[in-house]
Design a protein around this ligand. Structure first.
Ligand SMILES: C[C@H](O)[C@H](O)[C@@H](O)C(=O)CO
Ligand SMILES: [Mn+2]
Length: 417
């Protein structure tokens, strides 16, 4: 049966619940996902002075063909974007500066080092987001940066973050859409601290200094990302959830929730509605932790669907910036982007295909039997037929057909690197 025929049958079922699929498609295609560039090269970056990956994050695997420069990374992103429905954003780290071989330390980065990214983003109608890189560097070798006891080290990273915000503002100005600059730092201790407050006071002070430079929010928005633990910071992380939640609220910044940065039974989906009444905007790093913050490729699991449901049924698509954060070097990297991003969009589509007003009323009425029954029945509604049709309409491959493109690209391009 054709994609259209299957869609027509599915449409009838959803329309019986007053769900208009054309309206859903128009909304869905407006939702940008911020796709992280670092899946394409295992968080290596292009700095002239190369450093090993540090900061308590880990990439495992040695799948051949990773991008080794800006041209390759952009080409790989072009391929992935051709397989993903919708118009999206690309999330860069400072280590993706292009300096023509010149050694530029992180506190010296400037907009000119990102001109090629901006040119490419313009050509492809993409927004850009940004992250200062406070790891994989000699001055972060002991796992401390903005909370470091040494003022010189703190100042170096403060200058890096300030420079990063200027780069991001340049993105926002050039592209007509504000860049989200997200600060994540690895700072913490392997073993039990004898003083938790002093490093936190130092981090607060460093952040205040970074944000003291006024930047138009039409060009740049700031986010701060918390973490529970990392490799080497098992006992204590300075920038914990409560720290950044408080900082963001008090200073009108976005609190960024990474789905891999909480206790294993603590769900980010449950945090969104808890934060929406108090935060104008918030941001996500959607990842998949397997036993730890392993950054596996995002799958269409229950938590992903629940996150999407919380955003959609609370009408918060313009309040929650959705970014991805995973890096798997054991599989084809373009497939990794394609699988993870298509899954995020699939989850958002799934979330649009439920009769939310009716389900909310059932709960208000205390009718929990019908609430459970409907939530379960909708899980087997013909969602796949709607997704396939959406892909066809958006001119990207239907179902697993995108794999053929990835295999061909691997043969033609990746295998020759
Ligand atoms: C490379 C990213 O910035 C990094 O993954 C950060 O966002 C994080 O989640 C660290 O665990
Ligand atoms: Mn993250």
């Amino acid at each position: 049966m054709s994609v259209e025929k299957r869609f027509e049958l599915a449409k009838e079922q959803y329309e019986a619940w007053n769900i208009n699929l054309e309206d859903v498609f128009s909304k869905l295609q407006e939702v940008p996902i911020s796709i992280h560039c670092w899946q394409g090269d295992d968080v290596t970056g292009f700095e002239a002075a190369q450093h090993d990956l540090s900061g308590g994050i880990e990439v495992t695997g040695d799948y051949p063909g990773k991008a080794t420069n800006g041209e390759e990374l952009r080409k790989d992103l072009d391929k992935a974007l051709s397989l993903i429905p919708g118009k999206h954003r690309i999330n860069l780290h400072a280590i993706y500066a292009e300096t023509d071989g010149e050694e530029i330390d992180r506190d010296q980065i400037e907009p000119k080092h990102f001109e090629k990214w901006v040119k490419w983003a313009k050509e492809n109608e993409l927004g850009l987001d940004f992250n200062p890189t406070l790891f994989s560097h000699d001055k972060a070798a002991d796992g401390l940066t903005l909370a470091h006891a040494d003022e010189n080290i703190r100042n170096f990273w403060i200058e890096h973050c300030k420079a990063s915000r200027r780069v991001a503002a340049y993105f926002g100005k050039e592209l007509g859409t504000p860049a989200l600059t997200n600060i994540w730092i690895p700072d913490g201790f392997k073993d039990t601290p004898s003083d938790r407050l002093t490093p936190r006071l130092r981090l607060k002070d460093s952040l205040d200094k970074i944000f003291s430079e006024e930047i138009d929010t039409a060009h740049n928005l700031d986010a701060v990302e918390s973490k529970l633990f990392g490799i080497g910071s098992e006992a204590f992380v300075v920038g914990s959830h409560e720290f950044y939640l408080s900082y963001a609220l008090k200073n009108d910044k976005l609190c960024l929730l990474d789905t891999g940065h909480y206790h294993p039974t603590e769900m980010v989906s449950n945090k969104i509605s808890a934060m929406l009444p108090f935060n104008e905007r918030l941001a996500l790093h959607v990842s998949r932790p397997v036993r730890w913050d392993s950054d596996h490729v995002v799958t269409l699991d229950d938590e992903l669907k629940e996150i999407a449901l919380e955003i959609v049924r609370n009408d918060a698509l313009d309040k929650v910036s959705i970014g991805l954060d995973f890096f798997d070097a054991s599989i084809n990297r373009i497939a990794a982007w394609t699988i993870g991003t298509r899954n995020m969009i699939k989850a958002l589509l799934y979330a649009h295909l439920l009769p939310h007003e009716h389900l909310k009323q059932l709960q208000e009425d205390g009718n929990y039997t019908e609430r459970l029954a409907l939530l379960e029945e909708f899980k087997t509604y013909p969602f796949g037929a709607v997704w396939d049709y959406y892909c066809e309409k958006m001119e990207v491959p239907v179902a697993e057909k995108w794999l053929e493109d990835v295999k061909q690209y691997e043969e033609d391009v990746l295998s020759k690197r």
